[in-house]
Design a protein around this ligand. Structure first.
Ligand SMILES: N[C@@H](CCC(=O)N[C@@H](CS)C(=O)NCC(=O)O)C(=O)O
Length: 189
């Protein structure tokens, strides 16, 4: 697996620490801001249709009527030598050069970033930094943070059901969502 080491792109076994004794152990996500400023045009979502985690953020963008509020950039459906790549450079605001590779967003946010460069990414165009790259957080942000702008008050994480949702999430995440990766990336039976 490739990624960034101290802000430099390395096409090799960067995330080797993810495989311990043949077992895939998912790296912790680093950018985890959990409140946003409800402003149209401020945030930009970077995805690839290849990625199921990114796909759930796309679904929520649609469900919550955020298509005119949060702009979208779609990487090619393959992780190539330079990681996630865009067919045409993507405008991401004033603080960063047009984005050809997703890793540009990571180094713009943290010049010394070390780790995987993954989709989805929620980017702040005004401050020029990643606010969150964890799909579980991003769907919750979409669920609640823009209601005043959209008038869409549909709540997919209602207070009364949260503990039940969290309980099921724990089960589904380990067995199903991340289970696919544990099976796919494991080096031993
Ligand atoms: N914790 C992240 C995981 C996202 C993730 O694993 N994305 C994969 C694609 S499905 C990725 O971008 N991997 C890049 C790589 O392995 O180098 C989330 O749920 O948002």
């Amino acid at each position: 697996m490739s990624g960034l080491v101290n802000g430099q792109w390395v096409n090799g076994d960067v995330a080797a620490e993810e495989i311990k004794n043949g077992v895939f152990q998912r790296q912790e996500t680093l950018f985890r801001q959990t409140t946003l400023i409800p402003e149209a045009g401020r945030y930009q979502l970077f995805v690839s249709y290849l990625c199921p985690w990114a796909s759930r953020t796309l679904m929520f963008r649609k469900l919550k009527g955020l298509e005119n509020i949060i702009s979208l950039s779609i990487a090619q459906p393959v992780i190539a030598d330079n990681g996630w790549e865009f067919t045409t450079p993507q405008d991401a605001g004033e603080h960063v050069a047009p984005v050809r590779y997703l890793h540009q967003l990571y180094t713009a946010s943290d010049a010394h970033y070390t780790g995987k460069v993954s989709v989805p990414v929620l980017w702040d165009r005004i401050e020029g930094r990643i606010v969150n790259n964890e799909s579980a957080d991003i769907i919750r942000l979409f669920n609640s943070q823009f209601d005043t702008l959209t008038g869409n008050h549909e709540d997919y994480y209602p207070l009364a059901l949260r503990s039940t949702i969290d309980e099921w999430n724990e089960v589904i995440y380990h067995i199903n969502n991340n289970g696919v990766y544990k099976t796919g990336f494991a080096k031993t039976q």
